[in-house]
Design a protein around this ligand. Structure first.
Ligand code: DCP
Ligand code: MG
Ligand code: MN
Length: 354
């Protein structure tokens, strides 16, 4: 702002150097990969600064001097750009050249890994995005949107926030925020954060809140109202999954989405909320406490005893058909009951590792 714009474009005495930097920025953008976005921006802002500069730069020492004595005029010319400009001015102009520094083209595996860090993007989608020429998160944002599902788009929008794990104290605050509204809608309802939080981890990737109808009640129609209210207060910011169809007694209900605690400096967090009827609740708590490996081991153990364990119950399996035997479900109101039904000793959540 407030700078002479007449130097812009073809009139700029530093057009060639600026064009060179813009070219490198473009190269970084198409190559993508982690870190290259930084280079891309750096080169772009350095190019812009050079175009604004009235004086022609023929020697790198001029720029070094400006950076020292008049930094405002060359703000945007960072160390990365200085490296390129040093080479450019020394070698002579007009050569098309690869960056001295700059990101190496990312290996396909690096891209596939990067893409799968975006929620809902799996191996197949990551490959598809790569084959369509996507190389960075920035690429997905600028030209990959049409290739993504609604859920992937939400996760991409919030990527910088939700890829970060949160301290367990924040998971506790989120659990409390959900509990407070749930209690106001349905007094006596039980809310319990499971997942890594319940296993005592010091940080959590998301918060998994399980809801149980009030004492003496098998089911509750409160779920949609809870989600609605949490959304209206601005706590829930995005939806990834909602219960399908109208409320059906006896069926679990699932919300997946994104939330943000009120107040300065808070960032978006992944939140899963699930309501299970009382008869399924202990199984659901067990399942959503994990860990994933622990669950797999416990399911295998159940299988070895001719039983099937999931988030809804523990059932006998017909040895011939392999099907669940109707009405064979064990009645377990506490997690402890599930362990004893399987003939296992109790294992503390913090010890449920493998
Ligand atoms: N779970 C499972 N199998 C899956 C997904 C989940 O058994 N395919 C169970 C075990 C997990 C729990 O659900 O512990 C919660 O899933 P999360 O993905 O939220 O995992 P965690 O809470 O354990 O870890 P994080 O801190 O990353 O959220
Ligand atoms: Mg979790
Ligand atoms: Mn979860």
């Amino acid at each position: 702002q407030g700078q002479p714009s007449s130097f812009w474009g073809p009139q700029s005495p530093n057009k060639e150097a600026a064009d060179m930097l813009d070219g490198l920025a473009e190269l970084c953008a198409t190559r993508g990969g982690d870190g290259s976005v930084f280079n891309e921006r750096g080169f772009k802002s350095a190019a812009a600064a050079l175009r604004m500069l009235g004086t022609q730069i023929t020697d790198i020492e001029q720029l070094k001097d400006l950076r020292k004595n008049d930094p405002e005029r060359v703000r945007g010319v960072g160390d990365g750009a200085m490296k390129e400009l040093t080479a450019f001015l020394a070698e002579g102009k007009g050569k098309s050249r690869a960056p001295v520094s700059g990101a190496d083209p990312p290996a396909p595996e690096a891209c596939l890994k990067l893409f799968q860090e975006v929620g809902w993007v799996g191996a197949v989608k990551a490959r598809q995005l790569y084959d369509k020429g996507m190389r960075s998160i920035e690429d997905l944002r600028t030209s990959g949107r049409d290739l993504l599902t609604e859920q992937m788009r939400v996760c991409l929008n919030r990527h910088e926030d939700i890829k970060q794990r949160m301290p367990r104290s924040e998971a506790a605050e989120i659990e409390a925020a959900v509990t407070k509204v749930a209690q106001s809608i349905c007094p006596g309802v039980i809310c319990q954060a499971c997942g890594s939080y319940r296993r005592g981890k010091s940080n959590c990737g998301d918060v998994d809140v399980l809801i149980r109808p009030p004492e003496g009640q098998e089911d509750s129609p409160m779920f949609l109202e809870l989600i609605k209210e949490l959304t209206e207060t601005g706590f829930i910011t995005d939806r990834l999954a909602m219960p399908e169809g109208p409320y059906t007694p006896g069926k679990p209900q699932t919300f997946m989405g994104v939330c943000k605690l009120p107040g300065e400096g808070q960032i978006h967090r992944r939140l899963d909320v699930k309501l299970y009827p009382t008869s399924m609740f202990a199984f659901a708590v067990l399942y959503f406490t994990g860990s994933g490996d622990f669950n797999m081991n416990m399911r295998c153990f159940a299988k070895s005893k001719g039983l099937k364990l999931n988030d809804k119950g523990l059932f006998k399996v017909d040895p011939f058909s392999g099907e669940e035997v109707p009405n064979s479900g064990y009645s377990c109101l506490r997690e402890e009951d599930v362990f004893s039904a399987l003939g296992m000793d109790w294992i503390e959540p913090k010890d449920r590792k493998g």
